[in-house]
Design a protein around this ligand. Structure first.
Ligand SMILES: [Zn+2]
Length: 144
């Protein structure tokens, strides 16, 4: 399922960018995992034509931090974007780039991708998992 924007989120992004679509804006967004959809977008910062601050205090676990790139520019993440995505990942926050027109979006990561890797069921299975890891370790020494 391709991630999408709700009409409400798109409207909020378009409205915030209308006066200066050539400058970047940052949004705190809520995310619906089941529908792979950005549900809402709240403007949290405005930047310039090259950057917008990533205000870490504005986001909670499960949110997505979206920011625009200038109108007509590529949505390809900059090196700074990829660094911010690392920080967002540590916070359990998704990260992405959206067009100021709201008609294109590139999610670098979603909150779903940040779910804990060890589930309670796996923890209950830990003795068996350890056994499996031991086997995998031993098998790695077998010739191909
Ligand atoms: Zn960017």
């Amino acid at each position: 399922m391709k991630p999408s924007l709700s009409l409400a989120a798109r409207d909020a992004i378009v409205a915030a960018c209308l006066s200066r679509p050539e400058w970047e804006c940052a949004f705190r967004c809520t995310w619906d995992t089941a529908h792979q959809m950005v549900i809402s977008a709240t403007l949290v910062a405005r930047g310039n034509a090259a950057a917008v601050p990533f205000l870490v205090t504005q986001y909670g676990r499960g949110d997505i931090a979206l920011h625009t790139h200038p109108l007509g520019a590529s949505l390809e993440p900059s090196p700074a974007d990829l660094e911010c995505a690392q920080t967002a990942a540590r916070m359990g926050v998704g990260f992405g780039v959206v067009a100021p027109t709201g008609d294109d979006m590139h999610l670098i990561l979603t909150p779903d991708a940040l779910a804990p890797r060890i589930t309670p069921a796996m923890r209950a299975d830990a003795p068996r998992l350890r056994h499996w890891r031991l086997w995998r370790f031993l098998l790695s020494y077998l010739p191909p």
